[in-house]
Design a protein around this ligand. Sequence first.
Ligand SMILES: Cc1cc2nc3c(=O)[nH]c(=O)nc-3n(C[C@H](O)[C@H](O)[C@H](O)COP(=O)(O)OP(=O)(O)OC[C@H]3O[C@@H](n4cnc5c(N)ncnc54)[C@H](O)[C@@H]3O)c2cc1C
Length: 389
Amino acid sequence: MTNFPADRATALARLADFAPHAGRDYAAGRNYDDQTHVSVLSPYLRHRIITEQEVLTAVLRHHTPSAAEKFIAEVCWRTYWKGWLERRPTLWAGYQAELRKTLDDVQTQSGLRSEWEAACLGQTGIACFDHWAQELVTTGYLHNHARMWFASIWIHTLQLPWTLGADFFMRHLLDGDAASNTLSWRWVGGIHTMGKSYLARADNIAKYTNGRFTPTGLAHHPYPLDTTPHPPVGPVPQSDWINPAKSSVHLITDDDIAATQPDMPTATYYNAAGRSPLATAPIIGEFVDPALTGHGPALADVGAITAWAVDQGAQQLVMNYTPVGPTADGLSGLRAALDAQGITLAVHIRDHDRTGWPASKAGFFKFKAVIPDILRLVADCREPQLGLV
Ligand SMILES: Cc1cc2nc3c(=O)[nH]c(=O)nc-3n(C[C@H](O)[C@H](O)[C@H](O)COP(=O)(O)OP(=O)(O)OC[C@H]3O[C@@H](n4cnc5c(N)ncnc54)[C@H](O)[C@@H]3O)c2cc1C
């Protein structure tokens, strides 16, 4: 089982170890759940302790794009999901509303409550599922294939509400991410790609756990979930102009910890309570808090951020974009609050996202067309490894 010290040096060392294996080794072994063939970098990427561009740069030092095609595609799945949710933000709000309603049901329906508790505690009697529930709670990480099997058993075999499963992940995953998590659960449940669900099969689990688990009694048919058409695709967010003549302060959030501006007073913001209406696992704070430490005062909300910017005599607050999710929720009134004090909010979107998100319109197959442009950013080194611009 992997540990996750929350520092950039660990992430870079892990990347350096992994990069030579990102080609054929990864493609051949990534579906085995033993964690020896995957990068285990997701907590660092999720909080941008290291960036996608740094990861792709390291990998392309060892492999051609075609040799590392599978790994590059997986990194781009993150970009695709993030762009997909960015352009349909009501799906995140809809998930949160449905989750709150389902948590009310949990309070009033004792049968649902005990089944949900047994699933979260790893006490269902399905050995592999119980193992993964406990592994997630203990480590804050699960291999991708285990996440797929787990979500499938949760939805199709145990027939528990998918929002409760997505919430269980959000409360425990160090890499818990509004886009990758919500949309992956929807995909497993058959409500992302209409009519296409993911069904975990006993022989597939036996093969890719190297025979550790051969479950019986798994669902043979998907459990039908209510589907509604996707909301229409919205616009791609744009960067603001950063006025170099203005006296500026810099806000770092847990969505982009690598964004440094050494010449500006800096503070941090992290919406620790925003992942779930329930308490999140302490392990998440133990990962994120140290990663933000040393970047200035930790500010609790929009009011505290505005007061701090005023206190610093700022004319402009500069920050990297916070994508749809808990941190953006917590900062939703920031622009207006700063405006009222005569301070401009200047938000920067990294080249990586600016290049990928316009292609997050339909399926991943179409998104793939933009991957050469994303790789060209690496080749051109247009984006510095740190910083806003
Ligand atoms: C139900 C479910 C929930 C998930 N929830 C999250 C989540 O909350 N946060 C999260 O970062 N990922 C999530 N994933 C995607 C994926 O499981 C993890 O990103 C991956 O397991 C991380 O391990 P790794 O770093 O070793 O990945 P590697 O295989 O080494 O891949 C490298 C990087 O690519 C990205 N990546 C890889 N696979 C995917 C994928 N399928 N979707 C999106 N990005 C991917 C990650 O940033 C990862 O670190 C979820 C998948 C499923 C099926």
